[in-house]
Write a protein that binds this ligand. Structure first.
Ligand code: NAD
Length: 265
């Protein structure tokens, strides 16, 4: 089996990474950073986000496995003391291939349109404070947003930033995107819906900011500063991310363990 490995870079993750490589080569696995079948990340959810972005050009050819070195992650769900068990399963069994929807983002400036793919979410904020932007759904004006920002998440990203904003947790079998507000201003002059909105596949939303406004644009953990943005279009991507599942770990169990605690019955 060909695999690539990415670790968080701290001492524990580097040590685990070395241990994994030793155990894997003893089982006949080969490191292949260019076209791996399996991509392993050792660290946390942030490390898996980095691995996703490193391999996003070949996203339909790879399957991800996340190992966490701290607390249970949403993507990083193998524990640090389970490396041998994981490797034995990789030798002896075929994994289930679980696929989750992704978010496609088009950002148009005067010089052209750039495409992005997000595993968790797209975030829009203004560098100077209040963001003012028109939101259209399926080419119809929906609302004029004024506030700290807008987060558009995937179903698997719905437990990340979106959840902190009061957005719903969405099962990743639903092909959808969720628009959540960050501190919208709502009074007699300004009005937005106030709750998060969930769009199905084949719907799209456009955000039209003031092109003079300097913006912070986040794609998962990556943040860039952009000006001259004419419009931003978000829709459910045609592509999906694949996770190799060597043992079942249902989404709702992960939600319970991460946010409620397994002993709280
Ligand atoms: P980070 O180190 O600040 O991690 C933030 C936390 O988000 C970590 O505990 C991580 O485990 C968790 N997380 C990431 N993806 C998740 C998901 N899909 N479901 C549940 N928890 C998730 O930042 P990072 O490691 O670079 O990760 C970037 C992510 O952090 C963003 O994609 C965003 O979802 C999240 N974030 C959350 C907030 C917030 O909740 N207020 C703010 C900014 C970013």
């Amino acid at each position: 089996m060909n695999y690539a490995l990415l670790d968080r870079g701290d001492r524990l993750s580097r040590e685990l990474s070395k241990k994994f490589q030793t155990l894997a080569s003893a089982r006949g696995f080969t490191v292949n950073e260019k076209s791996p079948d399996i991509v392993l990340s050792i660290g946390g959810d942030g490390t898996l986000l980095q691995a996703f972005h490193r391999f996003k050009e070949q996203i339909e050819e790879v399957a991800f496995i996340g190992i966490h070195t701290g607390h249970l992650g949403f993507y990083a769900d193998w524990k640090k003391d389970e490396l041998s068990e994981l490797l034995d399963l990789m030798v002896t069994s075929q994994p289930g291939r679980v696929q989750y929807p992704l978010l496609h983002i088009d950002i148009t400036t005067r010089t052209g349109t750039s495409e992005y793919l997000a595993l968790n979410e797209f975030t829009l904020k203004s560098v100077d404070g209040t963001l003012v932007a028109a939101l259209h759904i399926n080419d119809e004006p929906f609302e004029m947003f004024r506030g700290d920002g807008i987060v558009i998440s995937t179903p698997s990203g719905s437990t990340g930033y979106n959840k902190s904003l009061g957005g719903a947790v969405i099962h990743p079998f639903l092909e959808a995107l969720q628009i959540a507000e960050i501190a919208s201003i709502n009074n007699r002059v300004y009005r937005t819906l106030g709750s998060s909105v969930i769009l199905p596949k084949h719907h799209h939303c456009d955000i039209i900011p003031d092109p003079e406004e300097e913006l912070f644009i986040g794609i998962d953990h990556l943040v860039m500063q952009m000006s001259d943005v004419q419009s931003i279009t978000c829709r459910v991507s045609e592509k999906k991310v694949t996770f190799a599942r060597y043992r079942p770990f249902p989404f709702w169990n992960r939600v319970r363990e991460a946010f409620i605690g397994s002993g709280n019955h």
